[in-house]
Design a protein around this ligand. Structure first.
Ligand SMILES: Cc1ncc(COP(=O)(O)O)c(C=O)c1O
Length: 347
């Protein structure tokens, strides 16, 4: 008897490469990417640069490295970086902005992940010799901690205008920009035009095992390539990974709409449980907040685990579930049943 596999909703990073993706990996044409002659990496970088309307692109091992390289090339030590207080760059990159680039962070709380122009204007402190020089603004879209919220295009455009008018650069953490693109139909290049550089991940909703990309102006990407080598991120026959990313672009981009539909179904199902408040998802992330008189988050996670469903705690009384390539309709049904049953357990 084979055990029923668990429904793993912890993240969209848990996907396994499909058989077709594994074939693409096996058949990849490769070279030495540090010498700049891996044809599959070149194909991937050119394709994503064109898709996002940027001059150049750099394949990197992780989203974190892409974000950190962007900060590094847009700043000088002792500069200040403005970002949203719930952003990945602030919360989940181990003070990398300080450690890797010697900069100070100015974090401001936004509404559903939106960094406002007012916040930007409020962060400007002039030319006084006492204060740090603000040189970079970072945005995130979709916004992970805001539950996969799509930051409105108009808000991003307004921030870009205000930043550029004051000589500031803008970097976007677009780990899940693909999801914003598919959910809205707004072209990737239109989203990307709101920033000087954008990092996008292949290892999340697109289902590749490894890989992210940084896109931007030629000089910035050239500088990022040099820093990537210094940071130990120069990779050799990495066309094997780029092939998985190209395969993901061909086969897994449009289907993100399925993840979004499943996330809406999951949210509707979770709402039928006791003791919980669930936001309407805009993309593939579902956040369930347990009411104060409900069970403890750790007990709910343990109850789900016993029923073969995995989610994660997301701070306070919040739990997160993400739909992805390896979660089908039957998985959503199982997750809803497990959630409702867990929250009905006597305490
Ligand atoms: C919004 C966001 N940015 C950046 C990252 C970092 O990506 P990686 O785990 O590849 O370093 C993540 C990872 O979950 C993320 O959710």
């Amino acid at each position: 008897m084979t055990a029923t596999p668990s429904v793993d909703l912890r993240s969209d990073t848990v996907t396994r490469p499909t058989p077709a993706m594994r074939r693409a990996i096996a058949e990849a044409e490769v070279g030495d990417d540090v010498f700049g002659d891996d044809p599959t990496v070149i194909a991937l970088e050119s394709r994503v640069a064109a898709l996002t309307g940027k001059a150049a692109a750099l394949f990197v091992p992780s989203g974190t490295m892409g974000n950190q390289l962007a900060v590094h090339v847009h700043t000088r030590p002792a500069d200040e970086v403005l970002l949203e207080a719930e952003s990945h760059l602030f919360l989940y990159e181990q003070a990398g902005i300080a450690a890797n680039s010697g900069c100070q962070v100015h974090a401001v709380r936004g509404e559903r992940g939106v960094l406002s122009v007012d916040a930007l204007l409020g962060a400007l402190r002039g030319e006084d010799d006492h204060v740090a020089r603000l040189s970079l603004v970072c945005t995130e879209n979709t916004h992970n901690r805001a539950g996969g919220a799509i930051v409105p295009l108009a808000a991003l455009e307004a921030v870009r205008e205000a930043a550029h008018a004051r000589g500031l650069r803008v970097h976007m953490d677009g780990a899940r920009l693909w999801n914003a693109h598919v959910a809205t139909g707004v072209p990737l290049a239109t989203w990307a035009a709101t920033a000087d550089s954008v990092m996008l991940c292949f290892s999340k909703g697109l289902g590749a095992p490894v890989g992210s990309i940084l896109v931007g102006e030629a000089a910035a990407i050239r500088a990022a390539r040099r820093a990537r080598k210094r940071w130990g991120g120069g990779m050799r026959q990495v066309g094997v990974l780029a092939a998985a990313c190209l395969h993901a672009l061909d086969h897994h981009l449009a289907r993100l709409a399925d993840d979004h539909a499943r996330a809406r179904r999951l949210a509707a199902g979770f709402r039928t449980a006791r003791f919980v408040r669930v936001d309407e998802p805009q993309t593939n992330i579902v956040i369930a907040e347990l009411e104060p008189d409900g069970p403890e988050p750790a007990d709910v996670l343990a109850g789900l685990e016993r029923r073969g469903v995995r989610m994660v705690g997301f701070g306070g009384r919040r739990l997160r579930a993400i739909c992805h390539l390896d979660v089908d309709d039957a998985g959503v049904t199982r997750a809803i049943e497990a959630f409702v049953a867990t929250l009905s357990e006597p305490r």
